[in-house]
Design a protein around this ligand. Sequence first.
Ligand SMILES: [Ca+2]
Ligand SMILES: [Ca+2]
Ligand SMILES: [Ca+2]
Ligand SMILES: [Ca+2]
Length: 233
Amino acid sequence: MSFLRFLTSPTLAFSCVAVLAACGGSHADTKAAESASAGPTDAERNAAAQPVQTESDANGAIERIDVNGDHKPDVFKFYRNVEVAGADPAAPKTMKRALVRKELDVNFDQRIDIVEFYEGEPGKEQKVKEEFDLDFDGRVDETRHYKDGNVTLIELDLGFDGKTDTWSYYQLTQNEEGKPVNRLVERRRDTNGDGAVDVWEYYTKGVIVKIGTDSNGDGTPDQFQRIDQKGAK
Ligand SMILES: [Ca+2]
Ligand SMILES: [Ca+2]
Ligand SMILES: [Ca+2]
Ligand SMILES: [Ca+2]
């Protein structure tokens, strides 16, 4: 049952996004029309019509982007200022912006649903972590960790009770053609919601091969079941 939920929950949540986005858009259009008839000045209207607004100070900048055209920002990008030396060490250093965080409101309800964290110098920023509120209740349900652009761990709260119950570990390896591939190697699950892992699933080449269970509650697997794959060699 958990597998089914694992497969359907994010899908459900994101199909909701599409529906809500459509509803939110038309509702917001109406509201925008109402406020326009209430008579903002031309300057106000021009400012609000800018899809991207940037506010900056000595430390960095915030970029606010209105994706759905309702004059309310839905994407926020946070930058820090970094002094960058040029090829000529005698030349003065220049100030550049490095992206550190990106926040997204994907259902346009003015609440953030996805937060992405970045590290690295300007122009070389890499996503290191990503948090998702899949059911739009304001609480994070999924956290993805990245290294060098590849996901290493996905923490999921499939029970939507605020406690992580599924941990999926990924490893960068090589496929049969010798090409790099990032594969699921182990999935740990807390099936009874007590916060402790009780099922360990082991994967080879992305396919489940063994399941371990903790029968005496000491936090480590003690009973193992091999999963035979049809046609596997
Ligand atoms: Ca908007
Ligand atoms: Ca939202
Ligand atoms: Ca949530
Ligand atoms: Ca447990």
